[in-house]
Each structure stands twice: as C-alpha cells, then as structure tokens.
Design a protein. Sequence first.
Length: 234
Amino acid sequence: MNRILVIDDDIELCELLTDYLQPEGFEVETVYQAQTGLDLALTGVHDLVVLDVMLPGMNGFDVLHRIRAQSTLPVLMLTARGEEMDRITGLEMGADDYLAKPFNPRELLARIRAIQRRSESQFTDNILQARAEKLTVGDICLDPGARTIVQHHTHIPLTTVEFSLLHELLKMAGQVVSREELTQRVLERKLSVFDRSIDVHVSSLRKKLGHELNHQERIKTIRGVGYLYTQPSI
C-alpha cells in the first residue's frame, strides 16, 4: 500500500509532500484539480488519497462523496486549522482520518502509516478470522471473517473504521470502553485533547444501526469516560 494520490491545489505543499514521502518508500502522484483527482482516484491504481477540503470548483467533500459512491479507497482529508465542522463532516462522509493545516509532515506520515496498517491487517484478519465465530449482540450479527454486519436480515454498510469500532464495542458489550482505548485500538494513535474522531464515528454508528435496542440506548455515552454498547437482557 505505497501508491499515494495527493489532490491539493497548493503546488508548494504537493512538492513538499512528494519530497518527504518518496524517501519513505511511497510512490506519490499529485494533481491540483478536483475532477482530475477524482478520475484518478477511481482508476484503482492508488492505495490511498490525501485530499484537501478547500479545492476550487468541486470541493473536497464533493470529491469524497463521489469516491465513496464507488470505492472504499482510504481517504485522509486535509482541513483548515480551527475548522472543526470540516473535520466532522469529512468523517461523517466516510473519510478514514483528517489532518489540520498547517501540519508537520511527520504527523502526516504517522497518519498514513496507521491507515496503511489498518488496511493491510484487514487482509490478514480475513484469513485469521475466516473460521472465527460470528458475534451476535441483540439485533446485530457481526461476521469477522466476511467483515459484514447484518441487522434484521439486512446487510449494513460500514466503513473500515466503523466496522472496527463496532467490533470493539460488541466484544465488550455491557462494559464501558474508554475513548482512549477506542482511539488506540481503532485509529492506532493516542487520544489528543481536541480529537473527536471516535465521537463522530460513534454518532455515525447510531444513525446506521438505530439509536435504541430493546427500548434502551444502543450505545451509551458515559460522560468523561467513554462508551458502552448495551447488553440486552435475556
């Protein structure tokens, strides 16, 4: 997973990222226009997209929406510092992660490596968990091998991050899991003070699965601690 597509109209930034990432073993292709970047992203020749929100014409959200309509290609969004809603919107639309500008290239590399590990481990997990037992909690059946979620005989489409997050919550159903633990296990990084990524992904799971389970809140927020997936009473 070493072929990266950077879609950003900041030419100097694109050159900087190319100079920084290539020695780290990545093949980097940069484009400055949204439509060109979208077309390239959908060819299937890249392993990850670094996508700027503030693109002229078709913005980054539009590009992400069109990518997600056809592909599960990992996408890391670049947002303006302080624009929290941009980061939340990107995650809700299916971005795998985000980074606020200006940023240290080392931080970008760390985020890329984390996405890379998650994507590559998915193939290993499919093999190791092919014979793993399905996990059923209430109306949700999670199949680790097939990486599918079934609710009332209907398949629920989840992003890679959402699936991993739900898996962690279901394994600990009836117990509180801290935001720190979830961030480390699902996003493979330490929780920072203003990082709301896990909160946004939990919100997305609630929308997709329904807020209630047997007249109880499905995923409870334990203020100041983390989250608890409701264990239905027998």
